[in-house]
Design a protein around this ligand. Sequence first.
Ligand code: XIL
Length: 346
Amino acid sequence: IPTLKEAFEGKFLLGTALHVDHTNGVRKQSADLVEQQYNSIVAENCMKPEEIHPSKGVYNFKEADQFVEYGEKNNMFIVGHTLVWHSQVPDWFFLDDEGNTVSREQLIERMRDHIHTVVGRYKGRVQAWDVVNEAIDDKEGLRKSKWHQIIGEDFIELAFQFAHEADPDAELYYNDYSLILPHRRAEAVKLVKNLIDKGIRVDGIGMQAHYGIDYVKIPEFEKSITDFASLGVKVMLTELDISVLPFPTEEISAEISQKYALVPEFDPYTSTLPDSMQAKLAQNYVDLFKVLLKYQEKIGRVTFWGVNDAHTWRNNWPIEGRTDHPLLFDRNNQPKKAYHAVLELA
Ligand code: XIL
């Protein structure tokens, strides 16, 4: 049977996020799986500002270099993640030597230096960048991040301009979560349309796609894909995973989510997923992939956020220390029912 990348060949790229242990030889078995199944990779953490640019004037390229070399060796489409984000960015960016908030001009200069240095180092080697991540507010408008507060709304277009200057051939993306919610979808359309109207290069919109069982309303998912595609940019799922555990909401407290699973017979602290949940997870993936295939000429790439259930960030988010099962491969790198169900569709 074909692997994921083979089955979806000519439709869209299939990718996964890599941890440093995949490229330094520690998770050898997982790396073998990555090489069989995927033709695109993204760095889970090692290219984020706190890792690659931890203090002023200090860059740490060791892990990012390894990541890029691994992708080149395996002929993969390499995505850099991420240049401008409110999270995992060290405070020094926003403070001067006296500990006061920097001026707009100073922060623009720091942003320019960061983007030129990082994108410039991998020019022609990293094919695409998540330039700005999560700039949309949960209630309305843009998030009041430090970037936004200090520079103003144009921090977004500046980031895209700097990335384009640093590598004119790289594809440049806007990336965000919950883009199937109507108000967040509308904001993303506005944001990207503004870039396009100003003649700024933007190649795609990344829908993170950190979902949960039965969370996605398919018509909303479809509408986001078609609305984004009608801007003339690629649409991608960039961080796909489907948690099988309850998500704490205003109605369901974190404490309850911590204790209970979605079905009574399932203990959220067990490392095997019951058949009923395997089937549910598979069906959720099938529902998404049917839509992705329907719009395959608009979809550039589908990237999973992690290789197997053992190391997925969903074991620790939104609640620390649970045992989640959101991916296509289990804790022993064995394909799950969801894997076979997705392959069958292609
Ligand atoms: C997550 C990583 O998976 C974790 O290892 C890290 O501790 C926190 O960040 N949205 C993003 C990703 O764009 O960068 C995040 O990755 C998950 C949410």
